[in-house]
Design a protein around this ligand. Sequence first.
Ligand SMILES: C[S@@+](CC[C@H](N)C(=O)[O-])C[C@H]1O[C@@H](n2cnc3c(N)ncnc32)[C@H](O)[C@@H]1O
Length: 292
Amino acid sequence: MRTPRKVSGRRAREAARMHTNTTYLPPAGVDLERLDREIAAMYRDVANETARDLHFPTGRGLAQALGYPADLLDHLPGGAVTSFAGVGYHLGLAGLLPGEAVLDLGSGSGMDAFAAAVAVGPLGSVTGIVITPEQLTKAELLGRDRRVTFVHGRIEALPFEDRSFDAVISNGVINLSPDKRTAFAETARVLRPGGRLALSDIVTDRPIVARTVGQADLWAACIAGASQTDAHLEDIAAAGLELHQLRANPGYGFTSDRARSTSAKYGARSISLVALKPTLTNNTNTTQEVSQ
Ligand SMILES: C[S@@+](CC[C@H](N)C(=O)[O-])C[C@H]1O[C@@H](n2cnc3c(N)ncnc32)[C@H](O)[C@@H]1O
């Protein structure tokens, strides 16, 4: 089994300090400490299955609407499926192979990490990273016998060595990051050449105005922090990753009236994509398949 090497020391400490880094300027109107509190509370309640009146759907019904095969869900821990809060079925695009090392960014209560572990088998490895302690604890308990490791940390400062993973997956998380460029740069750093990023996320047709961006509960609910599609793809390209596939996820929709009207106003919707880290010898030969 390939086990990615974790970094301790300076980079791990930098991850913990991320939001007090004075060189990083958050988007206008965003109070990072309030946003952290809102994300912590929202996903704590999702993990504890005590969330009421959420802006977004969760659980098995959501997973099936997005395209997760029912027989795959049957093989995953029930508590992880109940607390699933993703926005797409990017695992269908990821093409995970037996023996691969996979990193799940913002692994929540672990459903995608457990699904990835089924795909990579006993010779592979899966690591999930997440900031919400209750989700981390839940996933660790559910995954005791599943060859999946969960780590507490931020996607903007990954505590792993360069080129540690064959694939990075992420579901509904990049939109929550106040520093998406750094999150993608970190993704590219930990991928091996020839490795791939498969993600599902929320993007918009129009830029979101500052007043809406400043609504921390709507940011935590995966709307107010979403990038316009072009900016999202530019951030991926700026990290040196090449878009390979892109598709819309019509099965995803927000649930509260406020979230629905905001998403309609900005054209917020879910997409899944695959982007490749070029190999050292050939970085021009990728075919693109784009359908939105
Ligand atoms: C919408 S939920 C999706 C969770 C999981 N991927 C799933 O599909 O159920 C977003 C997750 O991202 C995590 N998260 C948000 N911002 C993060 C960051 N900067 N670094 C690491 N995890 C983050 C939250 O703790 C939460 O678990």
